[in-house]
Design a protein around this ligand. Structure first.
Ligand code: BGC
Length: 380
């Protein structure tokens, strides 16, 4: 009952019209909200999401790249490059701090999100997360390949090398996962972003840094394989008994584990059995209680993207159409929809704290556009 408040269904629109409209509103929404600096607020109308996350921003910028807005994608990449340079003193200080033992204060690390002007988030919201830096490296490779570039722009070299160096120092440290939780754990999905990013960027850097980043990517791959659950799947975090839908990233888009690896196949099968509902919509993990723990639009799109990579276009299309049916009457996508929640009693608690579920969420719009594009690329 409470849940139906969240769904402003698209009404009697058929699937084709719903898709068509969502393509238009998604591009418009993302373009409208890109800040002059190049950054994107995660959720422009949501109380807590005025920051620009490297994770969200990577997929948002990638969706624009696929839509022919390469200059907007570049603008975001350069915003991150400037932001890294601005805070590079943290990277310089880290070796000394880490030499003193692993209990370095969290503020000593680079942040996961920044204000649109590249300032640090000074609140006490956990901010040590490293997946976004790997994702950003991956985005640079995608940008350079899609635009037919032959080399890394000079001004990107310094920040790229700094990030590779940073990831080399921090990849084994516990840090918050991509949902900003479990700060004391180590997360295979995070490592997938880093390993995949390092692999992707290695073709664009000089021989020494190339060796460094390739070697690190191989170490991460081996580390992931060595830390599988005894039952053969990749766990939510090291030693955990459960899975998380972000583990899709091990296969797509980061490709750190081959798609036919039996452990990856087993992990995806578990995601489908435990987190996918009614053929569309994916929960984050079985114990999630954020707004009750509903079905996440970005995850439905990641699952669809994985389906395409494994030759299941019909299943991918089903996710796309499910997403299109979740748009509001104004053509906006939320972060999650509150059907099939794990803990309905938590919906009100989160509403009271932060307001209604973030709508629009730019990452949701971006993932819809990416899946839509990848589907048309699959059939072309
Ligand atoms: C999610 C993050 C996301 C952030 C901004 C959080 O609730 O857990 O994955 O980056 O919102 O969209």
């Amino acid at each position: 009952m409470i849940e139906s408040n969240y769904r402003e269904p698209v009404g009697r629109m058929n699937d084709t019209d719903a898709l068509e409209r969502l393509r238009r509103t998604s591009i418009a929404c993302i373009v409208e909200h890109q800040h002059a600096s190049g950054a994107f607020p995660a959720g422009p109308t949501f109380s807590q999401y005025g920051y620009s996350w490297l994770r969200d921003g990577t997929y948002i910028a990638y969706s624009l790249l696929l839509q022919g807005h390469a200059e907007r994608c570049r603008h975001f990449i350069e915003w991150v490059a400037r932001t890294v340079t601005r805070h590079a003193v943290k990277i310089e200080r880290l070796p000394e701090l880490l030499a003193g033992g692993p209990n370095v204060e969290k503020q000593a690390f680079l942040g996961a999100r920044y204000t649109l002007d590249g300032e640090e988030d000074q609140t006490d919201w956990p901010n040590f997360q490293i997946d976004g830096y790997g994702s950003w490296l991956w985005l640079i490779d995608r940008y350079l390949q899609e635009t037919g570039a032959t080399m890394l722009p000079d001004t990107w070299t310094g920040p790229v090398q700094a990030v590779i160096h940073y990831l080399g120092m921090v990849w084994q440290l516990p840090n918050s996962d991509c949902w900003e939780e479990f700060a004391d754990e180590r997360h295979p999905a995070t490592l997938a972003c880093i390993g995949g990013g390092l692999q992707a960027i290695s073709r664009w850097v000089g021989p020494t840094v190339q060796g460094e980043s390739e070697q690190l990517a191989s170490r991460i791959e081996q580390f992931l394989l060595d830390n599988r659950h005894p039952d053969g799947f990749f766990p939510k975090f090291l030693g955990s008994q459960t899975i998380d839908a972000s583990l899709l990233w091990l296969g797509v888009p980061y490709g750190i584990i081959p798609l036919d690896n039996p452990s990856l196949v087993e992990t995806i099968t578990r995601i489908e059995h435990e987190l996918l509902h009614d053929g569309g919509g994916v929960q984050r993990y079985p114990q999630d209680t954020y707004y009750g723990g509903g079905l996440w639009i970005p995850l439905a799109a990641f699952l669809g993207w994985y389906y395409l990579a494994t030759d299941r276009p019909v299943d991918a299309q089903r996710q796309l159409e499910w997403i299109a049916r979740q748009q509001t009457t104004g053509g906006l996508l939320p972060e999650q929809v509150l059907v099939h929640t794990n803990k309905p009693s938590m919906i009100g608690a989160w509403e009271e704290r932060w307001g209604k579920v973030a709508t629009p969420l730019l990452w949701s719009h971006a993932m819809f556009l990416i899946l839509d594009f990848e589907l048309s690329r699959y059939y072309s």
